[in-house]
Design a protein around this ligand. Structure first.
Ligand code: COA
Ligand code: MG
Length: 285
């Protein structure tokens, strides 16, 4: 699995045309950055954004933040040239918009060898084909495009995201079945901290690795919500210790805080500790 030891709590979009934001991002607390050439860039800025981004990736220092370039769709006049422009570049990942089938992934795979590909999951057909998309051998991650999905479904915004839950769940199932990274969609009201926190918690509890963000003000909350808390780390350590103690006595189960602890809980406990270690290692770099 690609980038397994890397956290993806906060994945910040930056329009490829915005020089100031590209500059600023070198010092922002994002685990990964999506450099966007698609919907955040106006039609008459497309070529300029591609050139600016290519030069910026050569010269700017984004440290260990994963560099994801979102290209335009292969059905647009810019898509193929976008992909070609980032072959052999410092882009860690190419993110393909509006993926509705495995054939869409293959079309980009044919243009660029070696670079891992991620898919924007944001069309109705993409939700229905999530399993075949996730199974594509070049795909290592998925990003929920909840604004586009809501538009296609003609659904309304609700704090509980009722209308999106089927799609979120299908993509999560597909991503986990194939060992992919998967990050949740954006929260548009970037000044509403309580709303953002609630949506981050919902995505975290469902199983997403992190959240895509549109503004630096959203970084801190996403990083906090998607990090294991000190209480969770402490519990994981106690579960592992209790289970190992039980095993020494020839038993397959332990009890911690009145709850049963079996082998499968130890898998989760070890994942929690591994995630905390990956975050610490990333922060120390
Ligand atoms: N990444 C990095 N820096 C960003 C940023 C981003 N996504 N959004 C804003 N900033 C920077 C600004 O450059 C500004 O920096 P400065 O004060 O040091 O000059 C600072 O953060 C404050 O910005 P602010 O004035 O509050 O925001 P804005 O009005 O300039 O922009 C948005 C608001 C929503 C237009 C902008 O955040 C944005 O373009 N977000 C990304 C949208 C996107 O990519 N969408 C596609 C996927 S949904
Ligand atoms: Mg979209």
């Amino acid at each position: 699995m690609a980038h397994q030891a890397h956290p993806f709590r906060s994945v910040l979009y930056i329009p490829g045309s915005k020089e100031r934001a590209l500059e600023k991002a070198q010092g922002l607390a994002a685990d990964a950055i999506i450099f966007d050439l698609e919907d955040a860039v106006a039609h008459d800025e497309k070529i300029h954004a591609r050139d600016l981004l290519r030069k910026t990736l050569e010269t700017a220092d984004y440290g260990r933040r994963i560099r994801i370039v979102r290209v335009n769709g292969m059905d647009t006049e810019w898509g193929r040239d976008d992909v070609a422009a980032f072959a052999g570049s410092k882009a860690d990942v190419i993110l393909i918009p509006k993926v509705s089938s495995a054939a869409h992934v293959q079309a980009v795979a044919d243009l660029i060898p070696d670079v891992p590909l991620w898919a924007m999951m944001e069309t109705a057909l993409g939700m229905l084909n999530a399993a075949e998309i996730a199974a594509h051998p070049r795909l290592t991650g998925m990003v929920m495009g909840t604004n586009d999905l809501a538009k296609e479904l003609t659904s309304r915004f609700r704090p509980d995201r009722l209308a999106l839950q089927t799609g979120l769940g299908l993509c999560l199932l597909a991503a986990r079945a194939h060992g992919l990274t998967i990050v949740d969609g954006v929260y548009n009201a970037f000044k509403d901290e309580d709303g953002l926190r609630a949506e981050c918690e919902q995505g975290r509890d469902m199983g997403f690795d992190g959240k895509t963000l549109i503004h630096p003000a959203q970084l801190e909350i996403a990083n906090e919500v998607f990090s294991p808390s000190s209480a969770e780390i402490e519990l994981a350590n106690r579960q592992i210790a209790a289970f190992e103690e039980a095993e020494r006595h020839g038993q397959g189960v332990a009890v911690v805080d009145g709850k049963i602890v079996e082998n499968l809980h130890i898998v989760t406990a070890r994942q929690t500790l591994a995630k905390a270690e990956a975050i610490a290692a990333f922060g120390a770099s």
